[in-house]
Design a protein around this ligand. Structure first.
Ligand SMILES: *Cc1c(COP(=O)(O)O)cnc(C)c1O
Length: 403
């Protein structure tokens, strides 16, 4: 099954490139660890026994397949036929668990004794901690000190799941610093430690590995559309931070020329550098954390801080395959502002009884915009996660004035 999805684009090439993008731009000290990972990916990802165990965990522990839901009220309001792929129903509340389980199983195959992970908002940290607990591995999660403060409930969840959370006080004290710290840890013990990376970013083979583990979203959604809707969607829409839920949803549709694909980035407060996290829309080519991709940087190549109301989209780079898919024209990328996403979130919650993550709400807004321009169309939205984790921010925004 995985082979089919890989064959559809034929990428990455042997050097981990998606056209001009991707590759492996790392200090020499990291090369042995990446070589070992590359070996593991080639040896185990298509292996029948690995796949059987992965599929078993997805089914009996994660709760897959996740539902495909017809959003009937949104359909009526938008004058379209709107379907939701419900990753919010997956264990721990988002798509990230698919990747975390897959990588933890791979870590065991490679003989690693411990899992390390980085996290920004805490979602990948929680997924990694849960997967490590389930599969009997100790887990250490690096998290910027600022994020530890901002995302206290997720810190507690990770600790209850048995993980050690390490606040990172260097650098920008957020996600980028946490990734750097995790890489340092990994270099010091590449054989005993497995670094579970949380999105389709970083040096080869991570973008490929994460895509293959997340493609289950699109494979299920494609089959469910055929069965429940009686045909493929005219368009599939997903939010893009690092790009893992989007590439997972899109990839199995790449060969369907009639299916348009739209990725929606975080437009934040607007177009100014530092006001958004829309690396595909506003970024320029450069190297970030091991990959040649589109990044938000100033004229001197300094990576800039980003802004988004959604912590999960708040990253200054994007997975290299998305940069390639944009340049090739196969996928269209646009953005939704903070206010637009919050508005779409409120509408979905009230109309469908589903509180999506603020990240996912960016996709809902993109879908609504598409429906307005294409009346009567059949639309598939990737609902990447649930919004419970966003309550503190929703209290300060949408609920302000509710008393
Ligand atoms: C982390 C997260 C995202 C963004 O990450 P991608 O790798 O771009 O998918 C989107 N939605 C939710 C719910 C998340 O937790």
């Amino acid at each position: 099954m995985l082979r089919k999805s890989a064959a559809m684009s034929g990428l990455p090439d042997a050097r981990g490139r998606y056209g001009a993008f991707g590759g492996r731009y790392v200090p020499e000290t990291l090369v042995p660890a990446l070589d070992r990972l590359q070996f593991g990916v080639e040896r185990y990802l298509q292996d029948a026994e690995f796949q059987a165990e992965f599929q078993h965990e997805l089914k009996t522990w994660v709760g897959r397949p996740t539902a495909l839901t017809l959003a009937s009220t949104l359909s009526r309001r938008w004058g379209a036929e709107v379907w939701l792929k419900r990753e919010d129903l997956a264990h721990t509340g988002a798509h990230k668990i698919n990747n975390a389980v897959g990588q933890t199983l791979l870590a065991k195959r490679l003989g690693a004794k411990r899992i390390i992970a980085e996290t920004g908002a805490g979602q990948h940290g929680v997924a990694s901690a849960a997967a490590a607990a389930r599969l009997g591995m100790p887990c250490m999660v690096y998290m910027g000190a600022v994020d530890v403060e901002r995302q206290a409930p997720n810190v507690g969840r990770m600790q209850l799941l048995g993980a050690t959370v390490v606040p990172v006080t260097g650098g920008d004290q957020t996600l980028r610093a946490a990734i750097d710290e995790a890489l340092r840890d990994w270099v010091s013990d590449p054989n005993g430690t497995y670094y579970s990376l949380g999105s389709a970013v970083g040096p080869h083979p991570y973008p490929y590995l994460v895509r293959e583990l997340q493609a289950v979203i699109g494979r299920e959604a494609r089959a469910q559309m055929l069965e429940q809707a009686g045909g493929l969607p005219e368009v599939a829409v997903a939010c893009v931070g690092g790009g893992s839920n989007a590439i997972g949803l899109f990839h199995p549709f790449l060969g369907d020329a009639a299916v348009q694909l739209i990725g929606v980035e975080a437009g934040g407060r607007g177009a100014g550098l530092g006001d958004n996290a829309a690396s595909l829309t506003f970024g320029t080519p450069g190297v970030l954390q091991g990959s040649y991709t589109l990044i938000l940087q100033d004229a001197f190549g300094q990576v800039r801080e980003t802004h988004s109301v959604s912590a999960g989209l708040d990253y200054s780079g994007v997975g290299p395959e998305h940069a390639y898919l944009m340049k090739s024209g196969r996928v269209t990328y646009e953005s939704a502002t903070d206010d637009e996403a919050l508005d779409a979130l409120a509408e979905c919650a009230k109309c469908e009884g589903i509180l999506p993550a603020i990240e996912s709400a960016h996709a809902f807004f993109g879908a609504r915009r598409y429906a307005q321009a294409h009346p009567g169309s059949r639309i598939l939205i990737g609902c990447s996660g649930r919004g419970d984790k966003d309550m503190p921010i929703l209290q300060r925004t949408l609920l302000k004035g509710f008393g």
